[in-house]
Design a protein around this ligand. Structure first.
Ligand SMILES: [Zn+2]
Length: 288
């Protein structure tokens, strides 16, 4: 099962990444609004990255991670103009040219096939970043599988591609992925955030899996894709119940309600209770 084909509107608030515009100065501790889970035509999204960037920037977001599957936005990449999956639909191209102008798009034709070039992250930064207002954080969705179970993590604040590690079990993949990210952080000397995505996508990752992996400190509590089962089902817990089970003694942050509140769950492990509806909104749970 593949992940979604369009930008995901997942709101995540993080306070611990020192954003570049404050680099080198005492870091002001405050909340920034951003999205750490977005897909574009760099993988299986259906829009050019400029479209996602403009949407988030114009809606008051401070940062955006283009978390395409197992790819970072570097080098030359082209996509066909067409209506198949992974192609840029002609009407979307038309709207893009109307919005950004013909000079904003690079097209070529080879053997009767029209293609569009994807802008790299460096080009996108030059076009959209604004000091104190909006930045990109480089990242990717590390997209792994165990059998048919999709195991996805988003990692950010690194430019080197982190490839899926594979593993002998779901827990092993969780463990190896976290260690791979820690290794990149160690090598680069920069903080790298990794969060497990949509544990109920494909019913791939259980609360027990998360609880047993040291360093699996964050996960996506809400995602706006119908296949991710934020609320569980009749037998299986939703993501908020997973959160309570996996990290019973940990505080966690949530973007709902605004302003952000700190939520401390009770201590002591327990089995996931009956599925409960998570509060509307979204967030990235965090172990303290
Ligand atoms: Zn995913």
């Amino acid at each position: 099962m593949r992940d979604t084909a369009r930008p995901m509107f997942v709101l995540v608030l993080v306070s611990f990444l020192a954003l570049p515009w404050v680099a080198g100065t005492p870091v002001e501790r405050r909340w920034y609004k951003g999205n750490t889970h977005t897909h574009t035509l760099w993988s299986d999204g259906d829009a050019l990255p400029e479209v996602a960037a403009e949407w988030y920037k114009s809606h008051g977001y401070h940062f955006l991670v283009l978390s395409d599957h197992n790819v970072v936005q570097q080098g030359e990449a082209w996509r066909k103009i067409g209506t198949a999956r992974g192609e840029l639909a002609p009407d979307r191209l038309e709207r893009f040219v109307e919005r950004f102008g013909p000079g904003a798009v690079t097209l070529r034709e080879q053997g009767g096939v029209r293609e569009v070039r994807l802008r790299t992250l460096a080009e996108l930064r030059a076009a959209f970043e604004e000091k104190g207002k909006f930045i990109f954080i480089a990242g990717e969705e590390i997209t792994d599988t165990f059998g048919k179970l999709p195991i996805h993590h988003n990692s950010m604040n690194h430019t080197e591609l982190i490839r899926p590690t594979g593993g002998t079990s779901v827990q092993d993949i969780l463990e190896r992925t976290v260690r791979a990210v820690e290794e990149v952080a160690r090598k680069t000397g920069k903080p790298v955030l990794v969060h497990l995505n949509h544990p109920n996508f494909g019913w791939a990752v259980t609360a027990e899996d998360i609880a047993r992996v040291k360093g699996e400190r964050f996960f996506e509590v809400y995602k706006g894709h119908r296949g991710v089962r934020n609320y569980g089902d009749a037998e299986r817990p939703g993501t908020e119940a997973i959160w309570d089970y996996a990290w019973p003694s940990w505080g966690a942050t949530s973007s709902t309600p605004w302003p952000p509140t700190t939520r401390t769950t009770t201590t002591g492990r327990r089995r996931p209770g009956p599925p409960r509806r998570a509060a509307a909104g979204s967030g990235c749970a965090r172990r303290r």
